[in-house]
Design a protein around this ligand. Structure first.
Ligand code: ZN
Ligand code: FE
Ligand code: FE
Ligand code: ZN
Length: 264
């Protein structure tokens, strides 16, 4: 039994396919549940290649509801992937709370406005101490956990995406962030999207995943699909790695209430 809780839609401007195609792919794979988790409109700027404009949120939620009625044989959840923007917590909460989401993935894609995971802005890594970038990144992820805005931390070690590697050990940074996630009582996702990126690793990597298990942090599972064929991609590997780390269950959500199903 498996779920894919991280699926985008063409509304974000950098994904393709219709929502029904994503659902059909998930049914072909016999997934038990899927959750759309498209990017929440950014409160700091409008970029049509990053997120839908706020006017499209209603239609996004409505289309998921229609699909849920049309395909009762698969659980279809209404999720969202929201950016953690320090200082914007109240506005973020307000926007999130105006919809009845099943779960909210909290992701860090920006460090002081710099889109560090965006191939258009890689010059931001030049002439900088990579360890310091990692420190800022993991500090922001800890802030996301402490914000209380989110149910799931998205792609926990996204900062590794383009293979800029710190020259010092990052265990303390990672452990600090894991402690904040544990303290917040929320979960992380295994995100197979990283396998399709320069890093070639899922998020989080195996060692960090083991640390999360040891800390007692639950997991969800997501492909970060930006096209229908990416739904459920590399889940055999993700499930095997999760089991190796010690996991035997997956968190699932309904109206932001967490429950668990057996993994695999
Ligand atoms: Zn995206
Ligand atoms: Fe993301
Ligand atoms: Fe995503
Ligand atoms: Zn993502």
């Amino acid at each position: 039994m498996s779920v894919d809780y991280h699926i985008h839609t063409s509304r974000c401007g950098h994904a393709e396919g219709s929502m029904v195609e994503y659902v059909c792919r998930a049914r072909d794979l016999a997934l038990k549940q899927i959750g759309f988790a498209d990017h929440l409109p950014l409160l700091t700027k409008q970029d049509m290649t990053l997120t839908m404009p706020v006017e499209q949120l209603d239609g996004y939620v409505q289309e998921i509801e229609q699909l849920r009625e049309e395909f009762p044989d698969i659980g279809i959840k209404t999720g969202i992937e929201a950016d953690y923007l320090p200082g914007m917590e109240r506005d973020t909460a307000q926007l999130i709370n105006s919809y009845g989401f099943d779960y909210v993935i909290g992701s860090v894609h920006f460090i002081d406005g710099w889109g560090f995971d965006d191939s258009r802005y890689l010059e931001g890594y030049e002439n900088r101490d990579i360890y310091e970038i990692y420190e800022e990144y993991f500090g922001l992820v800890a802030g996301a956990a402490r914000s209380g805005l989110f149910d799931v931390i998205g792609h926990l070690d996204l900062i590794k995406k383009y293979n800029f590697k710190p020259d010092r050990d990052i265990t303390d940074l990672v452990e600090g962030t894991i402690a904040a996630i544990k303290e917040a009582g929320i979960c992380i996702e295994i995100n197979t999207g990283g396998l399709r990126k320069p890093t070639g690793e899922m998020y989080p990597g195996h060692e960090i995943l083991r640390r999360c298990f040891n800390a007692g942090i639950p997991i969800t599972l997501g492909s970060d699909a930006h096209s229908p064929n990416q739904v459920g991609m590399d889940f055999d590997m993700a499930i095997a790695v999760a089991k190796q780390a010690g996991y035997d269950r997956l968190a699932v959500f309904n109206k932001r209430e967490r429950d668990f199903i057996a993994l695999g």
